[in-house]
Design a protein around this ligand. Sequence first.
Ligand code: FCB
Length: 436
Amino acid sequence: MKEFKLPKELLMGSATAATQIEGGDKNSNWYHWSLQGKIANNESSIIAADHYNRVEEDIKLMKEMNHDIYRMSIEWSRIEPEEGKWSQEGINHYQMEIKSLLEAGIKPLITLHHFSHPQWFEELGQWTNKASAEYLLRFTKKVVSSIGHDVNEYCTINEPNVFVMDTFMDGKYPPGKKDDIVSYFKASRNLIIAHLKAYEAIHHIREDMGYKDTLVGIAIHLAYFEVYKPKLLTKLSKNLMDYSFHQLFLNGMIHGQLKFPIGFTYPIGKGVFCDFLGVNYYSRHLIHSSYNPAMLFGEVKVENGLADEKINDLGWEIYPEGLYRVTKKVYDKYKLPIYITENGIPDAKDSKRAKFIYDHMIQIKRLIDSGVDVRRYYHWSLLDNLEWNDGYFPRFGLVHVDYKDQKRTIRNSGYFYGELCKNKEVTRAMIVKYLI
Ligand code: FCB
């Protein structure tokens, strides 16, 4: 194992999402989804890691791990619990959290929609509703006029591609539709429009406040797709999947272009609607052909017979090289500054996480050395949290959470990551201490 250095300008920290850690919110669609018993083991979002009541304690943990940056989401249902009614308490809470982060010297990146939204929005048909982009716009304006003096960086929508897949095709997220390709494309269109509108609004609001340093982007999940066998049908399905999972959102949200198969171009004019591109990367997906048109004639699998050290607790393949490949590809095409907005591993025993971080940071170094403008790395995640429909068993945290008493303990890999954040290098001493 070799030592290596990263540029000092690379900022490092971790990422979370409100529903997964905060607890206490009864107005979000995920709480209602829990009530229907849709989360593994009948678990619920109602307590999670109780972060809402432990903000200060958790910021101390970030500090202890030398974070430069932190990506968090603002829960829409806490700001607009009923349609058109704003909660000052919710606004105050996030203003307080952001101030505490800044006092600790940690720069926040705010996500506006990270898989969850108010139950009233869910009941209106959520992202299939024609007015959905307008609803997000109203919420965005409220948030940015409340925190815009303190925050210059925003991620409008998290993983629109995973969101529509899990919501309308795989039935995992509320309202649990399966193979509903019409809703998939309707919602995709509305999410893209929502981003374009929010992008412009955030810039305008902060310009009116007198700032010129606003940065707005998205966080897209980039899966490294590979064909299982180089057959014609499998290649075709890989291309279809790549289009509907990646290209549709990248072209739509970066260039405002919406073409085939919905035959629609958003009339916002030409331009670039992302100031950075957030990349969430986890794994390699092997594409097999199938006869299911709803799945675009493809089926995603994990390679058979992989060694234990190559598999995480959710059965996903650990494939660091993929981070290099997917990021290089989007950078070469779009030339936007790259933020790695998520990358991490469920690893309850904490026996693979330090090595995972090491291997993925080597890929970041490779990217930077080959001219890719990678500026940020946000590890997923700060704390153990609710992994959506999979519940609490996947342990993604740099910090272990004991859900019985909410006690936090920094994992060994968390200390490794903390040293890396501080020094931006892996030394021989760190390799000996954490990796071998
Ligand atoms: C991503 C989500 C994030 C988390 C990780 C493991 O798809 O954005 O909330 O659940 O996966």
